[in-house]
Design a protein around this ligand. Structure first.
Ligand code: B1M
Length: 221
């Protein structure tokens, strides 16, 4: 059982989705995260064990390496793909309520801003880390965040901005969410954003990377 978990974690860490994935070279032709997850489930390993004992640790290792510049965006995307290949097999169990998410997080790129590559990576990390993610997309107005909070009752809302010109919209949206839903944590990120700006606009947390966003949620829920 432990062998399955270790192998799946290794595949996620090294971006091996399935047998056709050519990397890492030492695993060429061997099964990847998708097939191994299916086999583990058939062998009686629970979906919760696969999530907590393989997928989350695998993604955590990639997150730490990414933060420390030991790996770069292509490797992170490959790991996210491998994680998705595994999560696809766990999805029916999530849907049936057999395994519980840690909570729900809303994500969105703020009004006026169409950049979403980084935000999607944050979403994949959070998902791999056991959080249910509802992504509201790009160019999201304050009223859309408020409607979504009323509908989904999230633990936290994550705002992303890549343009200096849309940081003002981030400030306005943060203010509106705090006023209407003071109990909802607000997390901000994106290349031009920093901790000082986050404090200034009243956000609860700034993270420069997906791993920090995951750590914040894990520690504050
Ligand atoms: Co745009 N763009 N762009 N662009 N674009 C930048 C951001 C820019 C820096 C390029 C430049 O001039 N050097 C510049 C902004 C300058 C500024 O404001 N200071 C710029 C500009 C000016 C523009 C346009 C205005 C260009 C024009 O039309 N004249 C226009 C604006 C459109 C709009 O949004 N209204 C525009 C358009 C576009 C494209 C559509 C072509 C495309 C976006 C495609 C897409 O996202 N679907 C695009 C791209 C790709 C970029 C660059 C090249 C790359 C951005 C990216 O995806 N980075 C960018 C230049 C650059 O960064 N080199 C640029 C990779 C991504 C993984 O990193 O998004 O930083 P990032 O996300 C990171 C972290 O920031 C963090 O985690 C992620 C993973 O590590 N993070 C969070 C992000 N969100 C987070 C949220 C969190 C926590 C962490 O919690 C909630």
């Amino acid at each position: 059982m432990n062998d399955y978990l270790q192998s799946i974690a290794y595949c996620v860490e090294h971006g091996k989705s399935d047998a056709r994935t050519p990397y890492p070279p030492e695993l060429a032709g061997q099964e990847g995260a998708g097939e191994l997850t299916l086999k583990a489930l058939e062998a009686g390993v629970s979906p919760g064990e696969i999530l907590a004992g393989a997928l989350i640790p695998g993604m955590e290792r990639v997150g730490v390496k990414f933060r420390e510049n030991q790996v770069f965006l292509p490797e992170v995307l490959m790991s996210a793909r491998a994680m998705t290949a595994a999560v696809n097999h766990l999805q029916p169990y999530f849907n049936s309520g057999e395994i519980q998410h840690k909570g729900l997080v809303l994500l969105g790129t703020v009004a006026g801003d169409l950049h979403d590559i980084g935000k999607k990576i944050v979403g994949m990390f959070l998902n791999g880390g056991g959080w249910q993610v509802v992504d509201l997309g790009v160019d999201v107005e304050a009223s859309d965040y408020l409607d979504a909070i009323a509908q989904h009752k999230p633990v936290a809302v994550g705002l992303s901005a890549l343009l200096t010109t849309t940081m003002g919209n981030m400030a306005e949206i943060t203010g509106e969410i705090s006023k209407a839903y003071p109990g909802v944590k607000i997390l901000v990120g994106g290349a031009p954003v920093n901790a000082g700006f986050a404090r200034e606009i009243g956000a609860h947390f700034f993270s420069p990377d997906p791993q920090g966003a995951l750590e914040f949620l894990n520690n504050h829920s």
